[in-house]
Design a protein around this ligand. Structure first.
Ligand code: 1PX
Length: 215
């Protein structure tokens, strides 16, 4: 990280998933969801350029969503529920193959949603890890049990190579800038339910509308 860049704590990033949830956890604010992702990408960038291929893809998906939010129909994209209703009722989603709407909000959020499952698994592994656990193994296990199922061989291979250069657990925790190991573990315990609630809500919404396999 460059000296001029302000150090930030992963606590704020993870807690921003708390502010996503509205209406008694029955909806997710897109703006806050994207804010959470931006913080995560910023954290990932601080780990080095080896993840820039991941970062690029995440940034482009965040950008697609921000364009919708600031566009003419921005109000329709305020929450995930309103986005799904609007895009489906206006036939703005390619349901079977990428065609006229290759970058719908629904399919873009689905990609981030699948990545959120990886994050959930990885954070839980970090939280319950021991001093001799290898961050690279935890990350690879979480990836292989989730996101990898949607990626072609070449991406899986590249991702697994990149994981190998992840810093050791101690350094990784330091970069998180949360405090001692105990504080990191406590923070993860505190933040995980928010990430899980956002994940569960989105999963349910997409499942209700048969959107979990969007091309
Ligand atoms: C800390 C280490 C970070 C490791 C990141 C692990 C996730 C590995 C994902 C590999 C994605 C490779 C990039 C390409 C993806 C796309 O092909 C693919 C499909 O898109 P398409 O349907 O439009 O073609 N895109 C996706 O699946 C979306 C990927 C979004 C990844 C966002 C990852 C953000 C990671 C944030 C790290 C924060 C770590 C915090 C830990 C305490």
């Amino acid at each position: 990280m460059s000296g001029t860049e302000e150090k930030f704590s992963l606590r704020e990033v993870l807690v921003s998933f708390k502010s996503c949830l509205v209406d008694d956890d029955q909806d997710v604010l897109v703006e806050h969801y994207l804010k959470g992702w931006k913080g995560l990408v910023r954290f990932m960038n601080s780990l080095g350029t080896v993840f820039s291929f991941v970062s690029k893809d995440a940034v482009s998906k965040i950008q697609i969503m921000e364009n919708y939010l600031s566009g003419e129909q921005g109000e329709r994209y305020r929450t995930l529920q309103s986005m799904v209703e609007y895009e489906l009722s206006s036939n703005l989603v390619d349901l079977n193959k990428r065609d006229n709407h290759p970058e719908s909000g629904c399919r873009t959020i689905l990609r981030l949603h699948r990545a959120l499952r990886w994050l959930q698994l990885f954070l839980e592994k970090l939280r319950t890890s021991t001093e001799d656990s290898k961050t690279s193994n935890l990350c690879a296990e979480a990836y292989n049990d989730s996101l990898a199922n949607y990626h072609p061989w070449i991406i899986r291979k590249t991702a697994n190579l990149a994981f190998m250069v992840l810093p050791a657990r101690n350094t990784f925790f330091e970069v998180m800038n949360v405090g001692t190991t105990e504080e990191v573990v406590d923070m993860l315990g505190e933040a995980m339910p928010y990430v899980s609630n956002v994940y569960d809500f989105t999963q349910e919404l997409y499942s209700q509308h048969n959107l979990l396999d969007l091309p």
